[in-house]
Design a protein around this ligand. Sequence first.
Ligand SMILES: [Zn+2]
Length: 275
Amino acid sequence: MPEGDTIFRAAQTLHRVFAGKVVTRFESVYPHLTRIDADRPIAGRTIESVASVGKHLLMTLSGDLILRTHMRMNGSWYVYPTGAPWKRPARDMRVLIGTADAVAVAFNVPVAEFLTARELSRHRQMRALGPDLLGAAFDRAAVAAAIQTRRDPIADVLLDQRVLAGIGNVFKSEILFIAGVHPFERAAALRAEQIGRIVEVAREQLRANVLPASRTLSSAIGRRTTRSLNPAEKLWVYGRGGQPCRRCGASIESRAMGVDARLTFWCPQCQKSQG
Ligand SMILES: [Zn+2]
């Protein structure tokens, strides 16, 4: 699942390439988008900005129209010079926005809609979003206090975008390993300094993973939480069930949890349960 850092990098790249440019071409397989294009044409509008809010990507066009996309599990945005071959099959295209120089193609993006600024401000999912870990106005104390009130396992709480926007399944396991906290510990049972550490690590890791954006925006680019230069040692625990812990050698454990049975990974030695 794309995480906050991936969406943030995608938005940065799209903003760099497209901000201030005039749209010359618009296509989509979604009738609710092409209907709006027919009524209020997208071509001819200027792309004013592209930004991420949590895991939502917002492209603001002149004339009060905002394209909101959410990548969910498999969606991605790619940028190609106009006329260049795509590296993904055309049948996966969901939305395409082109200018004279470049095209932005959203592949397998399941959520896409046009909104006015007023509609966006009233949007239920957007209003429900917790503080963005990559946002400038991030308030650690408020987020820590919100986490402390929850009775669910801390691993579930970190994925709840209403508490904290930007953490996906990979970072969830990595952050808890670095913070030394067992993933199934109830949030409300954690000490204040443990929660403070989790929030600090979460912000550090997401920021560290916002690398200079590359042209290709796949979800796996550059993500690393260890400082190892060995590309095979990028992550501490995620995807490493049964392998030895990079710190203590204990066998990494994994378990499916939550409604969609996403896997959680942890080291039983470095992340001791208090209960
Ligand atoms: Zn360990």
